[in-house]
Ligand binder design. Structure first.
Ligand SMILES: Cc1ncc(COP(=O)(O)O)c(C=O)c1O
Ligand SMILES: N[C@@H](CCCC[NH3+])C(=O)O
Length: 425
């Protein structure tokens, strides 16, 4: 996090003052640090290399789909994990080579599968028999073979929030590992399918390595079964999911990438397969903050509220998962000023539009700036226009420079796709 630091009492992103960005771009706004993105990428890929692993790292675009962020990562050698035709389009537009793009997701449509084949991406992670049959048909029509993995559901408890666990049999994701062998056999006999890999992804914000250990064991067992059956597997795609610190007291400390890499190497390192990884949060979460201004301070009957210009439409995680984001003033308080406890809320007409209850903060007033930390993953990508609020802009900082890499739409642009019905004149 050391690319977001206080200088002369004002929070900076690299060498740019967040007060400057707020004044020039307006608030709310997401601010990302190129240096942090680069550092996270280096630490993660370095850990894999140090563990002797031969890996293709495909950044999970759903965590942060901004073209400039993706371009930054692509320039460092990143591939992309995409979950829709739209994400595939953005990844290609940002310069991610097709031979480093993997397509995940339970609901790929015929058109999306056709687009993926036309682009020549290196792997499609199939999540159902229905999808396998559809993909086979589309590929045969085109006279090609679709390179696939089957995403297995290893039925492990990831120990994360129930809304973001994906590797239990009750979840909609993947093929139960107990049913995978049969589907692989079917796939191996299809003219439009080229079996290449086994895939899995057990959930997100995982702080403990034991669920990975258990799931990798299942993958290893399946590989042995498939090989005995003469089904060739070249790659193992182990998804993403490694957690990051959100700096809440009492939260488990997520495992460092080096420890994760050692667990991968121990389970899967000696199988003659290339690895594919799909990290999202780990790369971008702590490379971004949401910068917001206090619009009103309100003294309620039981508590004080700081009402910000950012809302749950801009950063949905607290409302969706009761997620914790550290909140900090941009301008440090004068020495000796004591903290108070306040509720930090947004302007949306929903009681769940709360970023933090009874947070300890120096006294703040209307006009003051604050940041929500660790907002570079699943922040802007999950934003929406609820309550008639145009999408929040995004800024990318590099050293002493910044660029608006998604500008704030005007109200006119917000309604540009809408029109009265013809009979309304
Ligand atoms: C298939 C798949 N791969 C990768 C990811 C990225 O996960 P994370 O951001 O936890 O690394 C996700 C999201 O959880 C996912 O669904
Ligand atoms: N969007 C979630 C994580 C789900 C990841 C998508 N598979 C979050 O903000 O934590």
């Amino acid at each position: 996090m050391h690319h977001f630091t206080s200088r002369d009492g004002v929070l900076h992103c690299e060498d740019v003052s967040l007060e400057t960005i707020a004044a020039e771009v307006g608030t709310p706004v997401y601010v990302y640090s190129t240096a942090t993105l680069t550092r996270h990428w280096g630490v993660f890929t370095g850990a894999l290399k140090d563990a002797g692993l031969d890996a293709t790292v495909c950044f999970a675009t759903k965590a942060n789909g901004n073209v400039a962020v993706l371009r930054t990562l692509a320039d460092l050698g990143a591939g992309a994990d995409v979950v829709s035709g739209g994400e595939l389009f953005v990844a290609r537009h940002a310069g991610v080579p097709a031979d480093r793009i993997v397509f995940s997701g339970v609901g790929k449509t015929r058109d999306e599968l056709a687009y993926a084949l036309d682009e020549g991406i290196f792997q499609i992670n199939v999540e159902s028999k229905s999808e396998l049959e559809m993909l086979d048909a589309v590929a045969r029509e085109k006279g090609v073979k679709a390179p696939i993995a089957i995403r297995i559901n290893p039925d492990v408890e990831a120990g994360t929030h129930e809304k973001i666990t994906t590797g239990k049999f009750d979840n909609k994701f993947g093929i139960a590992w107990t049913q995978a062998h049969a589907l692989y056999r079917k796939a191996a006999g299809m003219d439009g399918i080229a079996v290449k890999a086994i895939a899995m992804h057990i959930g997100s914000q995982i702080a403990d390595l034991s669920p990975f250990d258990a799931a990798f064991g299942r993958m290893r067992d399946l590989l042995a079964i498939l090989r005995r059956d003469g089904i060739e597997i070249e790659r193992l795609d182990i998804g993403g999911g490694l957690g990051v610190p959100y700096d809440r007291e009492g939260d488990p400390t997520p495992m460092p990438p080096a420890d994760y890499a050692r667990v991968i190497a121990r389970n899967l390192g000696d199988l003659g397969c290339r690895l594919v990884l799909e990290p999202g949060r780990l790369i971008t979460a702590n490379a971004g903050v949401l910068l917001s201004r206090v619009v009103h301070r309100k003294e309620g009957a039981t508590r004080s509220f700081l009402i910000c210009d950012a809302g749950m439409n801009d950063l949905a995680r607290p409302a969706m998962y009761d997620a914790f984001h550290a909140i900090e003033p941009v301008r440090a308080p004068a020495p000796g000023v004591e903290n108070e406890h306040v509720d930090v809320v947004g302007p949306i007409c929903e009681s769940s539009d709360v970023f933090g209850k009874q947070r300890a903060l120096p006294p703040m007033q209307a006009g003051d700036l604050l940041v929500f930390r660790t907002a570079g993953a699943y922040g802007a990508t999950m934003s929406n226009m609820y309550n008639g609020r145009p999408l929040v802009p995004e800024v990318l900082v590099k050293d002493g420079e910044y660029a608006v890499v998604r500008r704030r739409p005007t109200w006119q642009e917000m309604i540009a796709l809408e029109s009265p019905a013809p009979w309304q004149g």
